[in-house]
Design a protein around this ligand. Sequence first.
Ligand SMILES: Cc1cc2nc3c(=O)[nH]c(=O)nc-3n(C[C@H](O)[C@H](O)[C@H](O)COP(=O)(O)OP(=O)(O)OC[C@H]3O[C@@H](n4cnc5c(N)ncnc54)[C@H](O)[C@@H]3O)c2cc1C
Length: 361
Amino acid sequence: MTVHVVGAGLAGLSAAVSLLDAGIDVRVHEAAPVPGGRCRSYHDPQLDRRIDTGTHLLLGANVEALAYLRRLDALDRVLEVAPAAYPFFDLASGRRWTVRPTPCGLVSAFRPVALAALNTEPGEASWGVMASVFGRLIGERACRPWIARTGIGDALIDPAVQRLGDRLACGRRLTGLAIDKARVRTLIFGEESLDLSLGDRVILAVPPFAAAAVMPTLIVPTEFRAIVNAHFRVSRRTPLPRLVGLTGGLAQWALWREDVVSATVSAADLLLADAPETLIDRFWPEMAAAFELDESRPIGRIVKERRATIAATPEMERLRPAARTALANLMLAGDWIRTGLPGTLEGAVRSGTAAMRLALA
Ligand SMILES: Cc1cc2nc3c(=O)[nH]c(=O)nc-3n(C[C@H](O)[C@H](O)[C@H](O)COP(=O)(O)OP(=O)(O)OC[C@H]3O[C@@H](n4cnc5c(N)ncnc54)[C@H](O)[C@@H]3O)c2cc1C
C-alpha cells in the first residue's frame, strides 16, 4: 500500500511522518516550489534575513504539535517559556504588566489571546471554537508560550522534509481526480497521471478552495480572515526570542528574534487595502516603543496573508467537513477540517494524525 499525501503544509507533513514511522510507503505531492504552506520560513531579499510567513506561537496546550516535534527530535528548535508569563505593553499609556495563567490573568488578556487563536473578532466567533481554545488553557503548563528559536519553518517543516527525503516532490499540483466505483483511481497532475493500485490511499491536505477545485461536490468553508505582519531589521540582536502582547495601538503582538522585530495583527482584513509604506510608518513607532529601541525607522517589510485561516464564525464552523469522505480511499486533512479546534498549527497536526489513522484503518 502507498499513501499519497497531497499538500506539504503542516497537516500533510504530520500525516506523512506518522505514516513513515508506521512503516508505510508514502509519497507527498506539493504544488508550490517549496514545502510548508502557511507555516514557512523564507529568505526575504529586502531584509536579507530569513522571516516567517507570520509570527507563529505554540502553547503548552498544543500537545499534538509538541508530540510531532518530539517525534522529529526537533523540540529544542522551540523555546519553552517557563513558568508561563506574557509581558504586555499598552501603547497608549506606556503601562507594562505581565499576564500569568490565573483565571484573572486570562480574563485580562482575553481579547489578544482570542484574536491570536481564532483570527476572528471574538464578537463574531463561534462559542464552540472559543470554548475549545480556552477550555485547554487550564493550568500553568498549558499556558506556556513555545516560540520558534530561529523560524517556524526551521522548527516545524525542515525536520519533516529531511525525514521524508525524496518521498516529497514539489512543483506537483493536483489538478484532478479520476473516480470510479466510489474510489479514486487516478491522481492527475496537469499533463501527468498517476494510477493508484487497489490498496492505495490518498490524503488530500490542501486548503479548502484547492480541495473544492478537485472535488466540486465537497462542501467547504468559504470565508477567511487575514493576518498582517510587519518585519523590521534592527541594529541590535536579542539572544533569545522575546514576545510582547500589545494593547492600545495597531499591532497586537510584537516578536523580537535575533535582529528582526515583527508586528502582528490578526483578523486584519481592514488593513489589506493599506499601502505597505503607510503600514510600515504606523508599525515602526509601536515596535520601537515595545522594545525600547532607540533608532530611526529601519528597513521594513509588510507581509499580508489574505487567507491566513478560515473565519472561526458559526457559519463557517457548520461547513467544516469530517476527514472521512464518500470516497473509500480518500481522506481530508488541513486546519479547516472539523477538528474541534480553530485553524491553527495544533488543528493542522491533529487533522493529519486523524487522516493517517483513517488511512491505516
Ligand atoms: C501569518 C500567519 C500567522 C499564523 N499564526 C499562527 C499561530 O501563531 N499559531 C497557530 O497555531 N497557527 C497560526 N497560523 C495558522 C497556521 O499557519 C495554519 O493553521 C497551518 O499552517 C495550516 O497548515 P495546513 O497544512 O492545514 O495548510 P497549508 O499550510 O495551507 O498547506 C496546504 C499545502 O497544500 C499545497 N497545495 C495547495 N493546492 C495544492 C494542489 N492542488 N496540489 C498539491 N498541493 C497543493 C499548498 O501549497 C500548501 O503547501 C498562522 C497562519 C498565518 C498565515
